[in-house]
Design a protein around this ligand. Structure first.
Ligand code: TYD
Ligand code: MG
Length: 474
């Protein structure tokens, strides 16, 4: 018999090579190749036990279908992200940096489900049972009937769980620590993670239990190792936030049973994660509206409007190439907004450093934030403070035009609810304005810049010392 051929597998993305490489050509990661036995992969034995397939029935699309019943977790923000609760038999991968609060969130979800009479199992491969208990005690959940175990063998876990009543929810914390007998690679390798995930998925599908897999994330946001698991599971959810802020955002990245643009907002407190039902109030709290360079953006996260403050700092540069730094927004969109301001509104930013920050640690991906970002930039550049009770939204075109965006009524309603009286927005949004909020239509970037420059001129007239402005005469 031929000697089994060795394969080298990238532990970051799962790429396979027949020789060792310092850098993975597929994902660019360095030193990620590990030798794994080719004959140990899933399906590697297939040729040896080849059998004749059996015939199965094919069915039409128009058959009977049942809408998936859901298990409501009782944590509203979590249910929102999963699309209305857990689907029995589904597998959810939850990714996030270490220490972000994945274990905390899941033990809280387990406890609320257990209190509603479901059988819930929490299997930790990272912590001892006593540690999990200690955390539950801190969270005031020690009385909940959650079944705990510290185990890492998926065969043992599946066999144990098949005894007794079928659990509604099984949490595996984390998938990187699990291993299966079916694969003879070392635990933690891509092949093991994939094999363990496959066994757990099979367990979920065959019993109807919902399985949540915890996955760790690398510094650049990829779900490390288990990236190969992402396409096997029904939903991928990421738990984000940064150390400097108390709030955490749960975001659906993939969901076979619900929308992927919903977010859940939580606040990390001394007593665990608390749901934030009104994120706008949280993101706008502590806002210094009297300073130039800030604009409130009326954004949408899924079906929910969220108001956030966009802060800009434009300052003369000491470097040959000015700096452009962005936190919470797309750097290439910032470059585009700057280019449009220069080309169509006569601003000169070539000698200025530009910093843009979305306050509160939220990450915005909507193009509708263009107008708010532009307003904040112009405000900082001219030193003109924007109106305290206005919100901004609209997408910028390369021609300098302000294009209409979706969900204008919801954005305006949320702004009115939080006490804003005006919105600077594309003219199309006027149709949805009412007595509580007016829309100052802005159809071209030059109109926005002229308005802000006028405020700046007014401010300077009333102040003793004028501030320099870099708005070039048109
Ligand atoms: P944890 O859930 O262990 O994170 P993960 O499983 O994602 O690695 O959360 C750990 C962090 O959360 C830790 O730094 C302390 C903080 N924390 C609180 O602030 N309050 C709490 O009640 C708990 C349990 C944790
Ligand atoms: Mg953990």
């Amino acid at each position: 018999m031929a000697k089994p051929r060795a394969n080298f597998v990238c532990q970051n993305c799962g790429a396979v090579s027949n020789r060792w490489q310092g850098k993975c050509e597929a994902c660019g990661e360095w030193n990620s190749f590990t030798e794994e036995n080719a004959a140990s992969g899933i399906g590697a034995q297939a040729g040896r036990h080849a059998r004749k397939g059996r015939v199965f029935a094919l069915e039409g699309l128009a058959g009977e279908s049942r809408s998936a019943p859901r298990i409501i977790s009782g944590i509203g923000e979590l249910d929102r992200v999963t699309g209305g609760g857990f689907v029995p038999g589904s597998v959810i991968l939850i990714g996030g940096e270490p220490g972000i609060g994945k274990s905390t969130l899941l033990i809280q979800a387990c406890a609320t489900l257990a209190d509603r009479g479901h059988r819930v199992c929490y299997i930790s491969g990272e912590e001892a049972v006593a540690q999990v208990r200690l955390r539950a005690e801190r969270l005031g959940l020690a009385k909940s009937n959650v079944e705990l175990a510290a185990e890492t063998s998926v065969e043992d876990i599946a066999t144990t769980l098949l005894e007794g009543k079928r659990p509604s929810l099984v949490v595996i914390d984390s998938i990187q620590t699990m291993w299966t007998d079916a694969v003879d690679s070392t635990p933690g390798t891509v092949t093991q993670v994939r094999g363990a995930a496959q066994s757990l998925i099979r367990y979920a599908k065959s019993t109807g239990a919902t399985v949540i897999l915890v996955g760790h994330v690398t510094k650049d946001g990829q779900i490390a190792g288990p990236r190969v698991v992402e396409h096997m599971v029904d939903a991928v959810v990421s738990f984000e936030g940064d150390g400097g802020h108390h709030f955490r955002i749960l975001r659906a990245v993939k969901n076979r049973f619900g929308p992927t643009d919903e977010i859940g907002v939580f606040e990390m407190t001394g007593a665990g994660l608390r749901e934030v039902t009104n994120p706008s109030a949280l993101f706008l709290a502590g806002r210094d509206a009297s300073a130039p360079g800030t604009a409130v953006f009326a954004g949408m996260e899924g079906t929910r409007p969220v108001l956030v403050e966009i802060q800009a700092l434009v300052a003369p540069t000491a470097l040959g190439t000015p700096r452009r730094a962005v936190v919470g927004w797309d750097p290439s969109r910032l470059s585009m907004v700057i280019a449009v301001l220069e080309a169509h509104a006569g601003l000169r930013l070539g000698q200025h450093d530009v910093y843009l920050n979305v306050a509160g640690g939220l990450r915005i991906s909507e193009p509708a934030a263009d107008l708010a970002a532009a307003a904040a930039l112009v405000s900082s550049l001219t030193g003109a403070q924007l109106s305290v009770d206005s919100v901004y939204f609209g997408e910028l075109g390369l021609s300098g035009s302000v294009r209409p965006v979706s969900h204008s009524p919801a954005r305006l309603k949320e702004a009115a609810k939080l006490g804003f009286h005006a919105a600077v927005a594309p003219a199309a949004a006027r149709e949805s304005s009412d007595a509580t909020i007016s829309v100052n239509a802005c159809n071209h970037i030059s109109a926005l810049v002229a308005d802000i420059a006028a405020i700046g001129a007014e401010t300077r007239r009333t102040k003793e010392r004028p501030r320099p402005t870099a708005v070039a005469p048109r």
